[in-house]
Design a protein around this ligand. Sequence first.
Ligand SMILES: NC(=O)c1ccc[n+]([C@@H]2O[C@H](COP(=O)([O-])OP(=O)(O)OC[C@H]3O[C@@H](n4cnc5c(N)ncnc54)[C@H](O)[C@@H]3O)[C@@H](O)[C@H]2O)c1
Ligand SMILES: [Zn+2]
Ligand SMILES: [Zn+2]
Length: 432
Amino acid sequence: MASAFGILRIRRVQSLPEQAEELFVLCEPFVFNTHLFPISPQPYWSMLAMNFRGPFRIRADRNRPDPEIKHPYDAIVRVTRSLICGSDLHLYHGLVPDTRVGMTFGHEFTGVVEAVGSGVQKLKVGDHVLVPFNIACGTCPFCKQELYGNCHESNPEATAVGGFFGYAHIAGGYDGGQAEYVRVPYADVSPTVIPKGMDIEDAVMLTDVTPTGYQAAEQGGIQKGDTVVVFGAGPVGIMSARCAWLFGAGRVIIIDRLEYRLEFAKKYAYCEAYNFKEMDDPVLFLKKATDWYGADVCIDAVGCDATGSTLQNILGKKLLLEAGNATALHWAINSVKKGGIVSVIGVYGPPWNLVPMGSLMNKGITLRGNQASVKRLLPKLIDHVMSGRLNPKGLISHRIPLEEVPDAYHMFSAKRDNIIKPLLIPPRAYAA
Ligand SMILES: NC(=O)c1ccc[n+]([C@@H]2O[C@H](COP(=O)([O-])OP(=O)(O)OC[C@H]3O[C@@H](n4cnc5c(N)ncnc54)[C@H](O)[C@@H]3O)[C@@H](O)[C@H]2O)c1
Ligand SMILES: [Zn+2]
Ligand SMILES: [Zn+2]
């Protein structure tokens, strides 16, 4: 992948004006690709990849640097499928601190191993793998507890989350899979060879959204016959509702404002579905629907991009005085019963949020949340998929060439064209 002569790598400087950066890239082959410059091999800038240019600005660039092995435990993977997640929308909307210009997003992908570092023992060139979104070392105290989303080694920037592919620098700053190639650190730990007979679309859905929905239900501690309310009928919320039945729920209710998603959720997750735009007060509505006790378990599958409160929109999304809009979490805390459990799977970034602490304390609520621990859940979920109990690919609504990634983001963000989950297909996905 590196050029025969070596090409001087032009470091992307964040303050470099966009036009100047483009000019450099244009001139690069003429100026530097010559014997007069004896330069050690550097990545060749040839890859098609998504390129973040700032909030609401995404490009598909053909001149991104090909990744290279930087550590003996690395692998290079040629991406075969990737997805856009609701978590990517938080980055796209500018809600996550330290999201840097020039970053390639994408934390849900499958790919073929093209190269491995000298320390990689399990993965082989040619393996077709699904790559969990958490980057985990496998040996730190948190990985040992199977908290793979909280690895202590893979993210030098934070004490909360571990490293993730294609997220902000608060998650380690690794480039992600909305690209033709990705560098995969700790390649022997989480990447998993796609089981024989598994559809590639099911496989890519196992890298995040399926384990995430499952963990949302698991964190809820659902008991047989429980009433579970899920806020958010995006792919994560719909999968949470579907998985709530696996834990023995007796009744599952989903809440959103988008009619097409509620209709979809009813069929996919066999649940009741209600539109909060048609309610004066969603908390009152849910109390009434649960004999005035409240739900046993509430799941927040919305996170910091919620709507439904003008005050929180202004404070969190316009003025950035809190970490986005915490309205769904607010509703979840207020509509769960006394002694109930609130499971937070929707993402909130630093620094803080306005949540009703008094209700939480005085109602004796248990609040549980985390990033999904994908590797921990994979064996169970592979079994559910292979036996037909779960059908993750049924959530994929759009299949879009990687070249059209800006349109895909726009459509997903604006919830156009009845979009549920968009899949990206890179041009080299089918290469031999
Ligand atoms: N914890 C994890 O490991 C993990 C992994 C993946 C995604 N996530 C998070 O899960 C959340 C959902 O992801 P997604 O891909 O389904 O996103 P999405 O944007 O497709 O769906 C979010 C849905 O929430 C709805 N919504 C907005 N405000 C609401 C409110 N007040 N009440 C109820 N519904 C409301 C929206 O209309 C939308 O349908 C995001 O915050 C994402 O970052 C977490
Ligand atoms: Zn995700
Ligand atoms: Zn670790």
